[in-house]
Write a protein that binds this ligand. Structure first.
Ligand SMILES: Nc1ncnc2c1ncn2[C@@H]1O[C@H](COP(=O)(O)OP(=O)(O)OP(=O)(O)O)[C@@H](O)[C@H]1O
Length: 520
């Protein structure tokens, strides 16, 4: 059997019988099976052939048994010879100068057609092309999709780089692969009945919404690169597409917004995620040991209490007082800071006061669980600070700004978070002034953050386990100890006969009791 004989072209661009006879391939049987003919005619692409392109192929009218005709990269304008090829299955006439759309009698079994890179402007009725399953019309001048309604076998349709501004005329075709890259689409419409669609390329358009994709449940890949999608919330339209594996939203304005916001004004979640990742990675690079905080059982989280609120709201003082009163349950987890000690502050008790250099050196040593830059200084909670408390069988009580809470929420620790929030802003401002420690700018910054705390509480129900107004320190402490007693289930135990603290048989640690409350 002969296979692939090159087709040579004459210099003047007219294909002759002589040339065809030396270029045709794939000798096969046809009809009764007793006759033989060549089935395939393939022109090598211009890049492989130094001959000039052909434009007149009328000689091919005589080659009625062709099943595969490949004529890419020529100057063909007229394909009417195909009318004489009733057995044609594959037609590649890409990179030519054809302006008429399917201007030939339909071969009954024509399955694959490639008319890409031609000069076509208008689609026409293809209801006679019932076997068509692959149609490539890229790089033409189509403005509208039409005439495909009856193509009940069409699975692959490509109309990339045309001038289509609306998706229509696809109705309920069995299309699995659809490419409309590089058109003028502004919205995704007319796809709702393409229930078989698996791969959709809408890149290089002007689409601003993902609406219109929500019912395409077989979609596995969507390319929307370089469109005008600016809202990441648009992804809600594809939330139910369970088979979706690839979604390309590169070069959409949403990228720019997200990345510039993340760079210049990053949301707390983003800062916290970065902080957490940094410390986790550094920690994983250290020799791994079994921590006291993971005992006695790896399943139950180590109990921690975090007091949060704006600077100077009293959380540090309240934390110390709480640890004193409930000393059999809690001990203070002492953070590190690079700020200088205020008058009366004790190293190791209020903070571990360290130099910026020491602090920075501790980061790659995997020492920190979380860190924060606040008011020009570094603050950080170390693993050791927690372990020191855990070793005593106690729950760790710490205080920190909101960023620290966000970061800690990424860790496997599951503290209870109590928000101490000033309600009377003036009183809070006066208190900060009276402390005599802060500049006006620092006071303004602290006051402005009250809103941040309040909004976080509003927008994230359950983010804080308790919210306590802290305008009056004594009242705040009473509320705090009530809340803590609730966590420790102390109310009932004090009333009952078996007071947990009085029972000689009780072997629970403070930490255990804290864990047993409903929160965990
Ligand atoms: N590891 C940490 N992570 C996040 N925030 C922290 C951390 N350690 C301390 N902070 C918080 O940083 C802020 C500044 O701490 P600093 O001790 O300088 O404040 P302060 O003026 O003494 O106020 P406060 O009375 O609220 O502690 C405080 O709100 C403090 O709770």
């Amino acid at each position: 059997q002969l296979r692939f004989i090159n087709l040579h072209k004459q210099k003047d661009g007219v294909l002759t019988a002589q040339v065809v006879s030396s270029s045709i391939s794939q000798l096969g049987l046809f009809g009764t099976g007793l006759q033989r003919s060549y089935h395939s005619l393939s022109l090598p692409s211009i890049t492989l052939c130094s001959h000039s392109a052909i434009f007149d192929i009328s000689i091919l009218c005589n080659y009625v048994y062709l099943q595969k005709l490949e004529l890419p990269h020529n100057k063909i304008k007229d394909l009417s010879c195909v009318s004489h090829m009733p057995y044609l299955v594959i037609l590649d006439a890409s990179h030519n100068e054809i302006s008429n759309f399917f201007e030939f009698q339909p071969p009954k079994n024509l399955k694959e057609v490639n008319f890409s890179h031609n000069r076509m402007t208008k689609m026409k009725d293809l209801s006679a092309y019932l076997s068509l399953n692959t149609l490539n019309l890229d790089h033409n001048n189509f403005r509208e999709i039409s005439g495909l309604e009856q193509c009940c076998k069409l699975t692959h349709l490509s109309l990339a780089h045309n001038k289509i501004s609306r998706i229509s005329g696809l109705d309920s075709l069995p299309v699995t692969h659809l490419c409309l890259r590089g058109n003028q689409l502004e919205m995704i419409e007319g796809l709702e009945n393409l229930k078989s669609l698996q791969v959709l390329d809408l890149s290089l358009n002007r689409i601003s919404s993902l609406s219109g994709l929500q019912n395409l449940h077989l979609l596995g890949s969507i390319d929307l690169e370089k469109n005008l999608i600016s809202e990441i919330q648009e992804c809600k339209h594809i939330h139910n597409l369970l088979l979706l594996r690839d979604l390309n939203l590169l070069r959409n304005p949403v990228q720019v917004i997200v990345s510039s916001v993340n760079k210049y004004d990053p949301p707390l979640d983003v800062v916290a995620a970065r902080d957490h990742m940094t410390h986790l990675v550094y920690q994983l690079m250290q020799p791994q040991v079994l921590y006291d905080s993971t005992l006695p059982s790896p399943d139950s989280p180590y109990p921690m209490l975090v007091l949060t609120g704006p600077q100077g709201c009293g959380k540090r003082e309240l934390a110390h007082r709480l640890c004193q009163e409930f000393s059999e349950y809690f001990a203070h987890g002492t953070c590190h800071t690079t700020r200088a000690a205020y008058f009366g502050e004790e190293n190791g008790l209020d903070y571990h006061f360290v130099s910026e250099e020491d602090f920075q050196n501790m980061i790659p040593m995997g020492k920190f669980i979380q860190t924060l830059q606040y008011g020009g200084h570094s603050y950080g909670l170390t693993r050791d600070a927690i372990e020191e408390v855990a070793r005593e069988g106690l729950a760790c009580c710490v205080h920190m700004e909101l960023e620290g809470v966000f970061s800690l929420k990424n860790s496997y620790f599951e503290p209870r978070y109590i928000l101490l929030i000033p309600i009377q802003v003036e009183k809070y401002t006066d208190h900060l002034k009276k402390r005599g420690l802060y500049s006006q700018a620092q006071i303004d910054a602290a006051v402005s953050r009250i809103e941040l705390y309040a909004n976080t509480n509003k927008q994230r129900p359950g983010f804080f386990d308790n919210i306590i107004p802290c305008d009056d320190r004594e009242e705040a402490y009473q509320m705090l100890r009530q809340a803590v007693k609730g966590y420790l289930l102390l109310e009932e135990q004090e009333e009952g006969e078996d007071n947990i603290r009085a029972s000689p048989d009780n072997t629970s640690t403070g930490a255990d009791v804290f864990v047993c409350s409903d929160h965990h």
